[in-house]
Every structure is written in C-alpha cells, then in structure tokens.
Design a protein around this ligand. Structure first.
Ligand code: ZN
Length: 444
C-alpha cells in the first residue's frame, strides 16, 4: 500500500524514539524562549531535564485557548518575528482572536503533512483540486492550498461562497478532488440539482471534508449524492491547521494522526487524567516540530478516542475516532449531554427528512428547552396534502422523530417540520445551534 511519507509506516518504537527526541527539543525551545511556558513550568517545579520519556509529558502544564488570548498577539512566539513568514488568526466569538505563526520550516512541514493527507484521501500529483475552504485568516483554505501544491495538484483557490461559480468551475475544470465543509458541499450538490445538474455526473471522485463535526450518516448522503468517496480531515489552528489527522480512504474508519509532528493524549476533561486507549475523552496535542509557535499539551475541547496498531491501509500511525463534538458545543438539556452530531444521525436516517436542521435553545422558566427545526425532503412535501404540517401524516412523522431522539439520545425536544429550503444554507461552517437564551447565536 503506498503512502506519501515513509514515517507513516514506521514501527512504533522507531516513531517513539523520534517523538522523544523532538519532544525534548520542543521543551527546550519553549522553556528558553517563551516566558509564559517558563513560568508555567516553574510553577509546577518542572525543568526540561525532568522530561526523559514520553510519559513524563504528564508533568507538564496544559495550554488552553484562553492562554493564547491572554498572550495576544505575539507573546507565545518562540522565534523572532524576522523568522516568521505567515500569521493566521481564528475568529473569536468573544474577545480577542487567537493568533498563530509559522516559520519557513513550519510551512514546509505543514505543506508536507497536508500533502500526505490529500494523498491519503485519494488525491494524486497531477490531479485538479477544487479548494472550497475559506481563504483568509482561517487556516482551512490556505492550509489545504499549501499542501495541495506540495503534492503537485493543480490547485483551484475558489474559497467558500459564490455557489454558482463553484458549479461552473467544477463543470469546466473537471477537478478530481474537492475540499470543503460537509455542509457546504451538500449546499453545492443541492444547488446543482436545482439547476438540473446531477452532482454524480461531475468529474469529482474524492472529497476532503472537515472544519465542523459531521456524522457517518451525513457522509453516506454526500457520497451517494455525488457518487464519490469522502474522507474526514481534522486540525485546528492552535495546533497547526488542517492535517493534524486524516482519514484514509481505504478504510474510512478513524483518522491517522501525523505522529512525527504531534504527540496526542486523551484525558478525562474533569480529572485531567489520561483515559485508556479506545475510551472517549478530550484530545490534547503537543507539537513536536513547530518553531514559531510550539504548543504544549493543548486542550482541544474535542471529544474522541485513540487506538494504536497497524491499520488495514498499512499505516502504523495512531488513529483517532471521528470527533464526536466539542465540549463547548455539547448541549446540556435538562441534565442530559448531547452533541448536535448525534441528532444529525437520526435526521439523516429518516427518508422523509432532508439533512438540514437547527436546534433552537430557549429558557422556559428555569429550564433549558430545545426545539429541533428540521426540513422535510421535497418528495414528502409534495405528497403531503395541502402542504399542511398539521395533516396526520406530518404529525405522525413529528412524533416519530421525537420518539427516536428521546429513545436514542435520551433528550426531549419539540420537533418542528420545515418546508424544503427553509433552513439557511451554509457557505462555510453550518450554524446548527441558535441560542435564544441570551439572544446570541453560537456557530459550530
Ligand atoms: Zn488507514
């Protein structure tokens, strides 16, 4: 089985030796060049010499998003600005954005890791790659762009939005690979259909989708609609950007972490202790090669589990399960925890529904109250007498959705059926939650 980089097939002990060496270098770098880390190490009474094995990493402090904000804009840099060639920032929903920076070497590594990811998803040198991730301060667009060029793909930097133009270029340029958020690709597919174009008739063969949580059922919908194979890409700007982990198209079961560049841990978010392999917890990453902004034990807030061992594709790198959701996005409805992606699974499973939904949160008295607004599909709507949602057929469907969510996710939600196209379409990250409790919307 072919891979883009030889490190992907290394045996575990060889990989661990490299990780240990690189971990030591990273720790020296932050201890001597980043006052924030030096202070945090000193508070825990740890010096770089105390870290002799990969397990010793547990002695080190965690980094959280707020630490990046508190050190805005450049206080976490471990190199002088003269060595920085790229700066990105993530949009802060509240307060200051988080800023990340890259040296020339960092850009090289990132390019290689993303090239590896595109290769893993089916892309090859010489392919045309249509990149519909947003360009700009967000790492998605430019991160994929860099890796796509590194692999040797003819890269189309269309960015998100302008769906008609996306469709024209897909038809005229005949790309083999498309990169996007899952919700936006769905939007492109539906817009094609409304113009009388069959999405399965295009040249596309592979999709690299990410930047928002999505379900297996959503994958099935997209693959069927376009007649393609779709793989999940994972990354976050604080750790590097897209490419931290990538699903192999051979198995489509779990994402390969770039072990030679990132050390992964999974912790219990309450006790902060490591959880055993295979069990769900919060992903924590330490960068092993980054120069401009090395990061130690970054708490991602993403819930996943990891496994080690050889994958059927031949790769030996650590695998993480598809991210269930972010701790921040987890809804607590009357004491029950639920991720929007779990609700999505039930929706995608029902033939009468379209994969478009929003969850509205409100306060009723002191209780949180959730409403699920979900679109019915065209066929159901056309057959519904008088297009009337009070008709017994619609009422029966509403009850069935409610029951299924209650039984499977253990939460009670009021369900409202919506006409086709009533839910706003995504041109980037889908807005799944509308929080009316404080009149603020939280994009996922
Ligand atoms: Zn694999």
């Amino acid at each position: 089985m072919s891979t883009f980089s030889q490190e992907e097939n290394w045996n575990r002990s060889k990989m661990e030796r490299l990780q240990q060496e690189r971990l030591k270098e990273t720790i020296e770098r932050v201890y001597h060049h980043v006052p924030f880390y030096r202070k945090a190490f000193q508070q825990l009474n740890v010096t770089p010499d105390d870290i002799q094995s990969l397990e010793d990493i547990q002695q080190l402090p965690f980094t959280k998003k707020r630490h990046l904000r508190e050190n805005y804009p450049f206080s976490l840099l471990a190199t002088p600005m003269e060595e920085v060639v790229r700066i990105h920032a993530s949009s802060g929903t509240s307060g200051k954005p988080t800023v990340v920076a890259y040296t020339k070497n960092d850009m090289e590594h990132w390019g290689e890791i993303v090239a590896r990811s595109i290769f893993m998803a089916g892309g090859r040198r010489g392919d045309i790659l249509h990149n519909a991730f947003g360009y700009g301060l967000f790492t998605g667009g430019l991160g994929i762009h860099n890796g796509s060029e590194h692999l040797g793909c003819a890269t189309v930097p269309i960015s998100g939005g302008n769906t008609s133009k996306q469709i024209t270029l897909i038809q005229d340029f005949c790309p083999r690979v498309i990169c996007s958020t899952p919700s936006y690709l769905l939007n492109i597919g539906e817009t094609m259909k409304s113009k009388g174009i069959d999405p399965a008739s295009t040249s596309l063969e592979f999709a690299i989708l990410g930047a928002e949580p999505w379900s297996e059922e959503m994958r099935n919908n997209i693959e069927e609609m376009f007649g393609i194979k779709a793989a999940d890409i994972y990354g976050l700007s604080e750790v590097m950007g897209p490419g931290v982990a990538m699903e192999c198209i051979d198995c489509q079961e779990g994402l390969h972490i770039a072990d030679d560049h990132f050390l992964v841990e999974v912790i219990d978010p309450e006790t902060l202790r490591p959880v055993p392999d295979g069990e769900d917890g919060e992903l924590v990453f330490t960068s092993l090669t980054k120069e401009a902004l090395p990061i130690i034990r970054y708490r991602t807030g993403d819930i996943s589990s990891i496994t080690r061992g050889k994958c059927a594709c031949g790769r030996t790198t650590t695998k993480m399960s598809r991210v269930k959701g972010r701790i921040d996005d987890m809804l607590i409805i009357r004491g029950v925890n639920v991720f929007p992606s779990e609700i999505e699974r039930y929706i995608c499973d029902m033939d009468e529904l379209a994969p478009h939904y929003q969850i509205h949160l409100q306060k009723k008295g002191v209780m949180d109250h959730a409403e699920l607004h979900v679109e019915v599909c065209e066929n159901f709507f056309e057959l519904l007498p008088m297009e009337d949602f009070n008709h017994p057929t619609a009422q029966e469907l509403t009850k069935r959705i409610q029951r299924s969510i209650k039984m499977e996710a253990l939460v009670s939600m009021d369900v409202y059926l919506e006409k086709p196209k009533a839910i706003p379409r995504s041109e980037g990250k889908a807005k799944r939650i509308v929080d009316l409790r404080s009149n603020v919307s939280t994009p996922l």
